[in-house]
Design a protein around this ligand. Structure first.
Ligand SMILES: [Zn+2]
Length: 201
């Protein structure tokens, strides 16, 4: 069985969940999430933040079916959710965007255990003295380092997230079977990258 990452295609809008723009000072964290920011490194605890309801004021611009916000969260429209639900795809939960009833944030619920002794990670210091996160984490998703879900219809995410600057970037991984479901459903806004077995290839 082959596995793939769901890669958002480039698009012209920088949508955000955890931040809003302030005309005077640029991006500011939404008040609903301010307590989830590390006081030292200022990074958002994305997993905890996604346990909360999506606040009013979050707006998705652009017309793709499935995409990712600039702060690392996947979202989709109700047509995409229907495609996934109709085919029994699981491993994710949907959070309604209150101002746009057609859109949902996608929260991965199946975290794939990773064998950290295998190569394929780069943790860029410094490590935050408070929350322990590194400034950047590059992760090269290789199948031999992962414990994959037995059910091919389960969407999953690696337990070690990619970190980039202020943001944790969620990655959704899928089996070839789920990729075919998304392609047959003509879900727009994404492409797919095949995961290699080992590192290096
Ligand atoms: Zn921190």
């Amino acid at each position: 069985m082959n596995y793939y990452s769901i890669d958002p295609k480039d698009h012209r809008y920088d949508n955000y969940v955890f931040f809003e723009s302030d005309d005077d000072i640029g991006l500011v964290v939404r008040t609903q999430y301010s307590h989830l920011r590390c006081p030292v490194c200022k990074r958002m605890d994305t997993a905890k933040a996604l346990e909360l309801p999506c606040p009013a004021g979050v707006r998705i611009r652009g017309r793709h079916d499935l995409q990712q916000t600039h702060d690392g969260v996947y979202y989709c429209n109700s047509r995409t959710r229907q495609v996934l639900d109709d085919n029994g795809v699981s491993g994710i939960r949907y959070v309604q965007i209150p101002d746009q009833s057609d859109y949902y944030l996608i929260v991965p619920t199946w975290k794939c255990p990773i064998d950290r002794s295998q190569p394929g990670f780069e943790f860029v210091p410094p490590q935050c003295s408070k929350c322990g996160r590194f400034t950047e984490v590059y992760r090269f998703s290789r199948l031999t380092a992962m414990t994959l879900p037995e059910d091919p219809l389960v969407v999953f995410t690696p337990e070690i997230s990619r970190e980039s600057g202020s943001f944790t970037i969620i990655t959704l991984l899928i089996s070839e079977q789920v990729m075919k479901i998304l392609k047959a459903g003509r879900v727009s806004g994404i492409s797919f990258s095949k995961l290699a077995q080992t590192w290096p290839d």
